[in-house]
Design a protein around this ligand. Structure first.
Ligand code: ATP
Ligand code: MG
Length: 173
């Protein structure tokens, strides 16, 4: 029997989302069902979003929410989208149809007070016994870190952005 883990990939360095996607790749290879929910839609369509369409029938990939909140011109709309996305994630967890559920950039929903930390922690702690859940995003909250079985902090040692190199297709998105 599997022990369902809660993993958190946080920190300011690059590699949180891509690490979670690596786990998805690994799980799919073993015939496990995977659900990815991306809570923040970027300005570009990511390679993973395109690839997910044809990669495997075992993979469900959902991009929800909108751009980054600090760029938002309509916070009420963003919050409603976030609430909607979170409700969907709760359903996915409760329905227990997936071995691995990736909640990409979920930390921002807590950080920007869109969903209460308590509500999120409660839903994650009630996950099915064999379900692995991965949460990614900067500034993971304390209760989330306490609840997690695995926490990895990506530490930025160097990032090309600091040398003026902008995000590149196929590497950053
Ligand atoms: P990736 O999706 O490449 O694994 P990430 O999930 O760790 O990155 P996020 O915080 O979600 O990083 O940031 C999303 C975007 O910002 C990505 O395009 C990423 O390359 C870029 N980014 C990540 N870390 C940094 C950083 N330290 N400085 C500047 N840009 C960054
Ligand atoms: Mg990310």
């Amino acid at each position: 029997m599997t022990k369902g883990l809660l993993a958190v990939f946080t920190g300011n360095g690059k590699g949180k989302t891509t690490s979670a996607l690596g786990l998805a790749f690994r799980a799919l290879g073993h015939g496990h069902k995977v659900c990815v929910i991306q809570f923040i839609k970027g300005n570009w369509i990511s390679g993973e979003q395109i690839m997910a369409k044809s990669l495997s029938p075992l993979l469900d990939f959902h991009v929800m929410g909108k751009g980054f909140t600090w760029q938002s011109d309509n916070l009420a709309e963003d919050t409603a989208l976030a609430q909607n996305a979170w409700n969907f994630a709760v359903q996915v967890i409760e329905q227990n149809q997936h071995h691995l559920v990736i909640l990409d950039e979920l930390t921002y929903l807590i950080r920007y007070n869109m969903i209460s930390e308590q509500e999120i922690v409660q839903a994650l702690s009630r996950r099915p016994a064999e379900m692995h859940i991965v949460v990614t995003g900067r500034h993971a909250s304390n209760e989330l870190l306490e609840l997690a079985d695995l926490v990895t902090e990506m530490v930025e040692i160097k990032h090309p952005y600091a040398s003026g190199i902008a995000a590149q297709k196929g590497f950053d998105f």
